[in-house]
Design a protein around this ligand. Structure first.
Ligand SMILES: Nc1ncnc2c1ncn2[C@@H]1O[C@H](COP(=O)(O)OP(=O)(O)OP(=O)(O)O)[C@@H](O)[C@H]1O
Ligand SMILES: [Mg+2]
Length: 292
């Protein structure tokens, strides 16, 4: 098994996100999911074997299933038009060749449950991103219906929630309305599908971009990195929920003396193995297939 924490393609400059390595091919991008894992906003020094392949292939599964206009050209490395010297075995299974779009600079967040910054705001003001909600909801409660709560990437790198009217100022009314409608619809379909397979998708983030005059779904969709996945059989409102994929990592980190303000410690092997199994399980549940 090959564990990849960083990829290098000779001659191609790379931009590294927390988890993905991105290569610019002009009118196309190569999005490579590595096995890096982040927690508490830090990239951990220990990769999780197979995580990158799971993420890329869950996203590919949804892109295919949803039938929404999207950026994918292929996830088959043998069909990618790449420089000869590229080591395809390094990229296999973890790479998406996609159309480069002009990104709409708004994160299209949909929330079906009350968690994270949504729960924090609700406790202060009874609203989430300014949207009033019924009184008396508990932490992790399912919302009466999913809500659209856009955000922008602030200069700090953290997301900042914005009102729908602010999104209208940024993207224009018709685009904002279209993206809200499409985001809610994709979330509804994806969450319903995942729930039948034992996973609650509590909330998620979509990105869209222009390809010519068409607004397409880009980035990754409905993965454990872009969404909160909760195990449905352990769901219990009134408390925070265990994360389907990262719980072992978070629990272990919280049990150490790490202060969350300095580089995190390496993960012990049993935490790595249990976490790897959760990613594989997420893949199997959602796609109905074993990762090969
Ligand atoms: N088809 C596309 N066309 C243009 N840009 C895209 C496309 N798909 C994804 N992107 C962009 O590629 C980048 C992917 O970066 P990635 O998510 O790995 O890291 P990041 O967003 O910089 O940081 P983080 O790791 O915190 O998410 C994002 O900026 C996303 O908007
Ligand atoms: Mg990102």
């Amino acid at each position: 098994m090959r564990v990849i924490s960083e990829t290098v393609i000779p001659g191609l400059p790379v931009r590294r996100g927390k988890v993905r390595d991105i290569y610019d091919l002009g009118d196309k991008l190569l999005l490579v999911s590595t096995d890096r894992i982040s927690a508490f906003d830090w990239v951990l020094p220990t990769p999780i074997p197979d995580k990158g392949r799971v993420l890329t292939q869950i996203a590919a599964f949804w892109f295919d299933l949803l039938g929404e206009p999207n950026h994918v050209i292929t996830t088959d490395v043998n069909q990618m038009d790449l420089p000869d010297e590229v080591d395809r075995s390094l990229l296999a299974g973890r790479t998406t060749l996609c159309r480069k779009a002009q990104v709409v600079p708004v994160e299209c967040v949909v929330r079906g449950y009350l968690a994270g910054s949504g729960w924090a705001e609700y406790q202060r003001s009874g609203t989430v991103c300014g949207i009033p909600l019924p009184a008396g909801l508990q932490e992790s409660a399912q919302l009466p219906e999913p809500i659209f709560t856009p955000a922008t990437k602030a200069a700090t790198g953290h997301d900042e929630n914005i009102s729908f009217e602010r999104m209208v100022e940024i993207a224009g009314r018709s685009v904002a309305e279209e993206l809200r409608r499409r985001s809610l619809e994709i979330f509804r379909r994806g969450a319903e599908y995942a729930l039948q397979r034992g996973i609650i998708i509590a909330d998620t983030k979509f990105e869209f971009g222009w390809a010519g005059d068409e607004l397409i779904l880009i980035d990754e969709v409905l993965t454990p990195d872009s969404s909160r996945f909760w195990p449905a059989d352990q769901y219990q409102p009134g408390r925070s929920q265990p994360s389907f994929d990262k719980q072992y990592v978070r629990d272990w980190l919280s049990s150490t003396s790490w202060d969350k303000n300095s580089p995190p410690p390496p993960l012990p092997d049993d935490v790595v193995q249990k976490t790897r199994e959760k990613y594989l399980e997420a893949y199997q549940r959602i796609t109905g297939r074993q990762l090969t």
